[in-house]
Write a protein that binds this ligand. Structure first.
Ligand SMILES: Cc1cc2nc3c(=O)[nH]c(=O)nc-3n(C[C@H](O)[C@H](O)[C@H](O)COP(=O)(O)OP(=O)(O)OC[C@H]3O[C@@H](n4cnc5c(N)ncnc54)[C@H](O)[C@@H]3O)c2cc1C
Length: 307
């Protein structure tokens, strides 16, 4: 990721600004403001603004006239209780605004999260930079045989080189056509010229979201089932959230990311295992997929033939 001199200067100028405020701020997060966190080859996440901190959640939960915080231990306990019991509204009192540069195919997944405010760069107004995403060779893999939405074995070195060459060839050709369409000979409108650019092209947006909806986004997009390319961005945002609201982050790791939710039928199986019984798949009403996932989680044999 390279920033031109003008953009780098704008970031430096923002970073040099100092304001006094009566609002709570988080020193560790202030340090990270405006600086791009690199994601993929040309993308980034950078923090533009935030509102609230751990204590804002406590303050709202207690509907306090003051800061709302008690002893650190009690505040931490309250945050953990709220998160564990899905008392979500206090978490909506905190907000984060970020600037993201991301490939269009990642943006299409991201935009499905409807509970944020978004403003995207206009390719009707601006000429897009010649920047497209090329995966690094270790992230090129064949179609998974057991997950229709996933990757399997990594490509060989020769295959990777061939795939990257093909991707680069198409992108270069597409940008050359885009430039030609915009050029003096045709002068096609930007809103039309862009239509031949592929979905690995980079776009940018400002994205503002409250902490409750951000945690929902992170739970889905940091998860191993999410596509690698969006996970990279989710992890970058996660690194900011960790600094911003450390008690929330800890509870989120414990109860959401590291925790598990079980159905009634799954709980019955777990209880049977604890009682030393060995329930058989045929006698249960779980689907094969549920059964396999449950057995895997507890390191048990499914008793089924592998697919
Ligand atoms: C691994 C993975 C695979 C996926 N595969 C596909 C796929 O193949 N095809 C596809 O189309 N999508 C797919 N998605 C997208 C997915 O179905 C959701 O659209 C996306 O994750 C956004 O989730 P959300 O609606 O909960 O989030 P948000 O839009 O952020 O909403 C957060 C919550 O707010 C509430 N909410 C928001 N808007 C409304 C509304 N209008 N009405 C009622 N409640 C609302 C809901 O409780 C919702 O959970 C996939 C997502 C993941 C993580």
């Amino acid at each position: 990721m390279k920033l031109d001199a003008e953009k780098a200067a704008a970031i430096a100028a923002s970073s040099a600004q100092e304001f006094t405020t009566k609002r709570p701020t988080v020193p560790a997060l202030e340090e990270k403001m405006f600086t791009p966190i690199q994601c993929l080859d040309h993308g980034f996440v950078r923090l533009i603004d935030y509102m609230g901190d751990d204590s804002a959640i406590v303050q709202a939960a207690r509907v306090s006239y003051g800061a709302g915080t008690k002893k650190m231990r009690e505040d931490r306990g309250l945050i953990r209780y709220l998160l564990r019991h899905r008392h979500t509204t206090p978490f909506e009192m905190c907000e984060m605004k970020i600037h993201v540069k991301l490939p269009i195919f990642v943006a299409r997944q991201w935009i499905r999260h409807r509970t944020a405010n978004v403003n995207e760069i206009s390719a009707r107004y601006s000429v897009l930079d010649n920047e497209f995403y090329l995966p690094s060779p270790e992230h090129l893999a064949v179609q998974s045989t057991n997950n229709k939405q996933g990757r399997g074995e990594a490509l060989t070195e020769a295959q990777s080189a061939m795939v990257l060459e093909m991707l680069k060839r198409d992108a270069t050709q597409a940008y050359s056509t885009y430039s030609e369409l915009l050029g003096e000979e045709v002068g096609l409108a930007r809103e039309l010229a862009r239509m031949n650019l592929p979905v690995n092209w980079y776009t940018q947006w400002y994205w503002k979201v409250d902490l409750h909806n951000l945690l929902h986004f992170l739970a889905l997009r940091m998860d191993a089932h999410a596509q690698y390319e969006i996970r990279v961005f989710a992890d970058a945002i996660g690194s900011l959230v960790k600094e911003w609201v450390p008690h929330v982050w800890e509870a989120f790791q414990d109860y959401r990311m590291g925790g598990a939710f079980f159905s009634k039928q799954e709980l019955e199986v777990i209880q049977a295992w604890i009682a030393g019984e060995t329930p058989k798949f045929e006698d249960l009403t779980l689907s094969k997929r549920e059964w396999r996932a449950l057995c895997k989680r507890f390191g048990r044999s499914t008793g089924l033939e592998s697919k």
